[in-house]
Design a protein around this ligand. Structure first.
Ligand code: SF4
Length: 352
């Protein structure tokens, strides 16, 4: 049986802050503090959470844009977090990225042909100049852009078209996994939906695995298989999309979902407003990191950190509420109340 394409095991990335040249750092930003997950071949995993939760740092660690503090990143059975630049090079081809900002992520001094040809040349994928030209033309077909547009410059395209070029550039390397780091966040709502649909189609057509990093749960619902929710450097809930959207098992996920717009007028869901701001990752709260904002926090939460543990098939959460009898668990009570009030299932309106 083949294993997962990507395994991230207890990943930590702590950035030093302050201090002097001789005195060492004054402290650390605990940006990612023990994150583990897997992505199967051809699977989409959405990594979601508020800005500053560490999700982009996870993506950058997988891309080896910096060295990690601890843990392991394993690609197709091979550890890549400790590889030298030479040994990493062939593996870089297998993991590509689409960045958030389509305006700054393309070199303004290169025509689209050269932008797409660069990774093909770098990884030695074309057998001749004609093959290179044909590959570039096919990439334009794949992202639904006209072939003749290869002669144009990035500034001649709209934001959505530039993001299509960014996707084509990622595909040029023939990767197994693409990290989409807030890849649609900077786009207008209608363009956002088109790019999400394109990624979804490509994922099916090419059998790609996607790690889709987003602050917006509404966007990921239609395109992901599983969801990992991050809060202050940790995964607090991980599970199949359907099960997370239908029955969240962490109060933070419940609050995020309550903010997702409901398409049917009148089919309201009670909005949960979280108190205060996300605490600083320099000095995360003791016990459960979410206790300073959790509407259900109790004494144990301030002392003991809940581990991420399996609760039902493939669905894990880090919350002490699941040790309480069902009748005393507010998450279960809210679910029952929502069911009897006939609350609509969560669906982003722009994708219907
Ligand atoms: Fe809230 Fe406590 Fe659960 Fe943390 S462990 S999410 S504070 S109820």
């Amino acid at each position: 049986m083949s294993g997962p394409l990507l395994e991230v095991n207890d990943l930590k990335k702590h950035f030093p802050v302050g201090g002097g040249f001789f005195s060492g750092p004054a402290g650390f930003v605990y940006a990612v503090d023990g994150v583990s997950f897997e992505v199967a071949k051809g699977e989409t995993l959405a990594l979601v959470g508020e800005s500053g939760c560490g999700k982009s740092t996870v993506g950058r660690a997988i891309l080896r844009l910096f060295d990690i503090t601890a843990g392991q990143v394993v690609l197709d059975g091979q550890r890549i977090d400790d590889l030298s630049a030479d040994k990493l090079r062939p593996l870089r081809q297998r993991v590509q990225v689409v960045f958030q900002d389509p305006f700054s992520s393309l070199n303004p001094r290169m025509r689209v042909r050269d932008i797409l040809a660069e990774p093909i040349r770098n990884f030695g994928l074309a057998s001749s100049a004609a093959d290179l030209e044909e590959r570039v033309a096919k990439l334009m077909d794949t992202v639904r852009l006209p072939r003749e547009a290869v002669n144009r410059w990035p500034h001649e395209f709209s934001g959505g078209q530039r993001q299509r070029i960014g996707i084509a550039r990622a595909l040029a390397a023939e990767p197994d996994l693409i990290v989409c780091d807030e890849a649609v966040s900077a786009l207008d709502v209608s363009v956002k939906a088109q790019i999400v649909n394109l990624l979804q189609d490509l994922q099916k057509e090419l059998g790609l695995a996607l790690l889709f990093i987003s602050h917006d749960l509404a966007i990921v619902e239609h395109m992901t298989h599983r969801v990992a929710v991050m809060y202050l450097g940790k995964i607090v809930e991980l599970g199949p999309k359907r099960s997370i959207f239908a029955a969240p098992k962490h109060p933070y996920t419940e609050a995020l979902l309550s903010a997702v717009p409901v398409p049917e007028p009148g089919a309201g869901r009670q909005r949960i407003i979280l108190r205060g701001d996300v605490p600083s990752p320099v000095n995360p709260p003791k016990g459960c990191r979410f206790h300073t904002r959790c509407p259900y926090a109790f004494d144990r939460c301030r002392i003991e950190e809940p581990p991420l543990r399996p609760l039902e098939s493939g669905h894990s959460a880090a919350c002490h509420l699941h040790d309480l009898p069902q009748a005393e668990n507010p998450l279960a009570r809210n679910r029952l109340a929502a069911k009897s009030a006939g609350a609509a299932p969560v669906s982003p309106p722009f994708l219907l």
